[in-house]
Design a protein around this ligand. Structure first.
Ligand SMILES: O=C(O)[C@H]1O[C@H](OP(=O)(O)OP(=O)(O)OC[C@H]2O[C@@H](n3ccc(=O)[nH]c3=O)[C@H](O)[C@@H]2O)[C@H](O)[C@@H](O)[C@@H]1O
Length: 411
């Protein structure tokens, strides 16, 4: 028997509604996943900072212990290796310190979180955010009158630049410009001390490397972005009167160090009985580095900050010439990578499984050696820790940190 007319009509409407419902659901899912990736949206990034409690923590951290003449320092890359040690040292002597770090996953983020917890206990709040986030930087400068910016946030590592070139441009060029842009409008403008690198000497063969030597032959994109930073610093100093000091660090090592660096990964591999690859130069020549211990670097950073003159601009305009400096901070005693390995073997009491390979064309240079006479004259910089003594402290920290009950050592 034929169904009544209204039954057909009802079925027809029902299937149209169903079709509409599923199409809308499908379209909204496409919109959600393709146009709204949850991890990269501005709003989700912004949720990491802001609010009354957050502001209180920033202001509390920024307060110097002695109100008269205390410095107030923004340390970018504060959860990084050098950033942690410098922040802790500034706080120990009574300066106001606010840290900033994006906690990216270039290496083990739990190590970065561990460093930030140490700083937290020392009275330094590490704001989670990116140097490319202008809103965040403006907010921080709106809350706090920073006298100095210690800009240590960067994409580090020489060889990784071949794998992820854009991260170097993003952090070391765009990020640095963003920091300087905010500093130029700040009132008062802060003095800026920032991390350049020994890698700017590139293919320079004149040794030891002096600040007067040529730096126009970078051998890696990492080096090129650090060299670009030095040129950018010149521009902001020239146009806006920002006082800027660049520090060329030479292969810095020590407790709470970077797992991507040779001394750290060699230690891990030796203990795990894995191979350790030692690069050699042409005709079996040794590759050497002017390995510099973290405590010497921290002293150099603090001296650079203490001798930095004030910026001269205001309201984004230059009012007079400002200080522009570059210093080598090295150890002055290059050591072959083979000696790094034999010292670690002795300290760890384990024989390394060594493999010697020709250095691949990966941006590495054969040799670094710092002439630090300028830093000695102007900053009173005098490195005191040799490789053996420095590695001993590193190994002690490493064994403690990675022991089952570890992760408690102080900076
Ligand atoms: O001084 C600097 O400017 C730079 O120092 C280090 O760069 P690098 O000297 O290459 O430090 P490591 O990665 O620890 O390498 C040290 C030496 O070990 C060698 N190496 C590294 C890894 C490896 O598996 N085998 C090996 O022989 C490298 O060729 C290099 O000669 C840092 O990683 C950079 O961020 C920093 O800017």
């Amino acid at each position: 028997m034929d169904k009544p007319f209204y039954v057909h009509r009802f079925r027809y409407h029902f299937s149209i509604t169903k079709l509409l419902f599923w199409s809308l659901l499908f379209l909204s899912l496409i919109y959600f996943f393709f146009y709204h990736p949850p991890s990269s949206s501005d709003s989700s990034r912004r949720r990491l900072w802001g609010g009354a409690d957050w502001e209180y923590r920033v202001l509390h951290s920024a307060r110097p212990r002695s109100r008269a003449g205390g410095r107030v320092v923004l340390v970018t890359g504060a959860a990084g290796f050098i950033g942690t040690h410098v922040s802790a040292a500034l706080r120990r002597r009574g300066d106001g310190v606010v840290g900033l770090d994006n906690f990216n996953d270039y290496y083990d983020t739990s190590l970065k979180r561990g460093r930030a917890s140490l700083l937290e206990r020392a009275g330094v709040f590490v704001v989670e955010g990116d140097i490319n986030d202008s809103l965040l930087l403006k907010k921080l400068f709106g809350l706090v009158k920073f006298s100095h910016v210690m800009h240590l946030a960067a994409q580090a590592g020489v060889r990784y630049a071949m794998k992820n070139p854009s991260s170097y441009v993003n952090s070391n060029v765009a990020g640095f410009v963003n920091v300087l842009e905010v500093c130029k409008f700040a009132n008062p403008q802060p003095a800026i001390i920032w991390a350049s690198s020994s890698s700017v000497y590139g293919l320079n063969t004149k040794i030891p490397f002096s600040e007067k030597d040529r730096t126009d032959q970078p051998s890696s994109l990492y080096a090129a972005t650090k060299k670009a930073g030095e040129e950018i610093a010149h521009t902001y100093n020239h146009i806006y009167g920002l006082s800027i000091t660049g520090l060329r660090f030479f292969t810095v090592y020590g407790p709470w160090g970077r797992p991507d660096m040779a001394y750290f990964s060699f230690t891990r591999n030796i203990l795990k009985r894995k191979n350790v690859v030692i690069f050699e130069g042409p005709d079996h020549s040794t590759v050497a580095r002017d390995f510099t211990y973290i405590d010497d670097i921290v002293k150099g950073c603090l001296a650079a900050l203490d001798t930095a003159k004030k910026s001269t601009g205001s309201g984004g305009k230059k009012r007079g010439p400002a200080q522009l400096r570059v210093f080598n901070l090295g150890n002055t005693t290059p050591e072959p990578v083979g000696k790094l390995v034999s010292t670690l073997e002795r300290l760890l009491k384990v024989k390394a499984k060594k493999i010697v390979l020709p250095m691949p064309a990966n941006g590495d240079v054969l040799f670094t050696h710092a002439n630090v006479s300028l830093a000695q004259r102007e900053l009173g910089y005098k490195p005191k820790t040799d490789l053996q003594a420095g590695l001993k402290k590193f190994v002690r920290w490493y064994l403690d940190y990675y022991s089952p009950s570890g992760k408690k050592s102080a900076v």
